[in-house]
Design a protein around this ligand. Structure first.
Ligand SMILES: *Cc1c(COP(=O)(O)O)cnc(C)c1O
Length: 483
């Protein structure tokens, strides 16, 4: 391709996968605009049926391999109580990571046996709540163990505990994590503190836990194998491991087309190198940058396109080779250990979207179209450098636009006083410029995107959360919004 072609080549779209409930609902523009009028902008719209399907898919994998397995929904990925309720209805577990998350789950009626507390910081109040309700506590460090022992003594109760493990060996290197007990030191710790009820007589040890960064199947399998080995060692100290929890971080796939994803990445690199027009605001490299004319860095974003996601991802972990066994699943089966997973994002795949109202259109001094939304950057934000899915406009008005306002590249801007409150850094091509009052839909935002970083700066209200009932064509406010 010549330089000239590259310059005029249109930025590639990134078309998201959309569940049927979403496409069906969006066709009813009157219902949608009524909802935004009633609940405000932006509005988070949810549905629990993809959530249930995602749960079942994981459960099917456990069945297929003949494993004892359990799913715990990591509820920090979404604040709605609707998903906690759905978890309870399906009798799956709920992973809680704060006092309020735990308190709400208990209030919702989730039984203690279905709860786990993995909070990174556990203060006395939180441990008291967990012990009082017999909730399994995943321990992170020895100060926490000391605090918990004190809480148990005060309540004259036992605590159900598991140990979070990290520092696994993988491909000749030791991985680093700030969380948990180091795999190479935990035996000594357990021997000194847990064995013979020496230091922690009130602890009832139940199992091992880890949660890894990144999305490597092989690394998870390696960590699981090392936990299996550790479980064997702990038996020597009469500590029976009844479960190994392999955490969350199971990949999902957001995009319909692999080619779009690959083209996007190559276009981004070309743009940062100055070989084509920018495809992001201010030619933001999303992790790539130029150093002495060389492209360095890497795309600092979730891998939006994947072929081995959700249940396939879990299957691949179980299919990993283990000497002397058919595969990892085969080894675990012989040990009678329950495998637990704690997916957050992947259970919420297709379970929610965010819709916001257009407040203004304008052209900036560089000729870019800016479309201002009644929304801010924290209301759709993850740790990714950008949310790499195309939004869609629901055109409500039949305002005529001139030719120049058709097939337009736009940037969406938010309500904060910051120059950087761009809702998406990527330029989006729209069939025509939206009108004031039109709606913009951001897809598949239920996992982290809508809630994890939302703030009340400027004292803006947080977005309302509703569940859509397909049969009744009606919205119901999540009870989280009324507590
Ligand atoms: C965040 C977290 C999860 C969920 O991770 P996902 O990527 O949403 O699947 C599970 N367990 C622990 C301990 C976590 O911190």
């Amino acid at each position: 391709m010549s330089m000239h072609d590259a310059l005029v080549e249109q930025p590639v779209p990134l078309v998201p996968l959309k569940d049927r409930w979403v496409t069906g609902l969006l066709q009813d523009t009157t219902l949608m605009s009524g909802a935004v009028e009633r609940f405000g902008s932006p509005l988070n719209v949810h549905n629990t049926s993809p959530f249930s399907d995602n749960v079942k898919d994981y459960q099917d994998v456990f069945s297929k391999y003949g494993l004892k397995g359990r799913v715990f929904f990591a509820r920090k990925a979404n604040k709605c109580l609707g998903f906690v309720q759905a978890s309870k209805n399906m009798s799956i577990g709920v992973d809680t990571a704060s006092f309020n998350e735990l308190k709400q789950a208990i209030a919702c009626g989730v039984p203690a046996k279905d709860l786990v507390l993995t909070a990174a910081i556990k203060n006395k109040q939180l441990l008291e709540l967990a012990v009082a309700h017999d909730v399994l506590i995943i321990l992170d460090n020895s100060d926490e163990c000391d605090l918990l022992q004190g809480v148990c003594q005060a309540q004259r109760k036992q605590a159900r505990v598991g140990l979070r493990i990290s520092g696994f060996h993988f491909q000749g290197e030791k991985s680093y994590s700030r969380f948990g007990f180091d795999i190479d030191q935990v035996e000594e710790y357990v021997r000194d503190c847990f064995h013979h009820d020496q230091k922690y007589p009130s602890f009832q040890y139940e199992g091992l836990h880890f949660h890894l960064n990144g999305y490597s199947v092989e690394e998870r399998a390696a960590a699981l194998s090392q936990c299996v080995e550790l479980a064997g060692i702990l038996e020597m100290y009469r500590l029976k491991t009844s479960f190994i929890d392999i955490g969350g971080g199971l990949l999902i796939n957001y995009l319909a087309d692999h080619h779009q994803w690959e083209s996007f990445k190559s276009q981004l690199k070309s743009a940062v190198k100055g070989e084509r027009d920018a495809i992001t605001f201010d030619n933001n490299g999303l992790g790539y940058r130029l150093e002495q004319d060389q492209l360095v860095g890497r795309l600092n974003a979730y891998p939006y396109f994947n072929t081995h996601y959700k249940s396939l991802f879990l299957q691949e972990i179980f299919e990993q080779e283990v000497a002397g066994f058919e595969n990892l699943a085969d080894q675990i089966r012989t040990l009678n250990i329950e495998i637990r997973i704690e997916p957050g994002r992947s259970l919420l795949d297709q379970a929610g979207f965010t819709v916001a109202k257009v407040a203004y259109r304008k052209r900036d001094s560089q000729g870019n179209y800016l479309v201002g939304l009644e929304m801010n950057m924290t209301q759709m934000h993850s740790s990714s450098a950008d949310f790499l899915l195309d939004p869609e406009v629901i055109y409500l008005s039949d305002e005529d636009v001139d030719d120049e306002a058709q097939d337009v590249p736009v940037y969406f801007t938010g309500a904060y006083c910051l120059e950087r409150d761009m809702l998406l850094k990527r330029q989006i091509h729209l069939p025509k410029l939206p009108s004031v009052g039109d709606l913009v839909v951001f897809f598949n935002t239920a996992g982290y995107m809508m809630h994890f970083f939302e703030s009340e700066a400027h004292q803006f209200d947080l977005a309302a959360n509703v569940f859509y009932d397909v049969e009744a064509s009606a919205f119901k406010l999540d009870s989280y919004d009324r507590t």
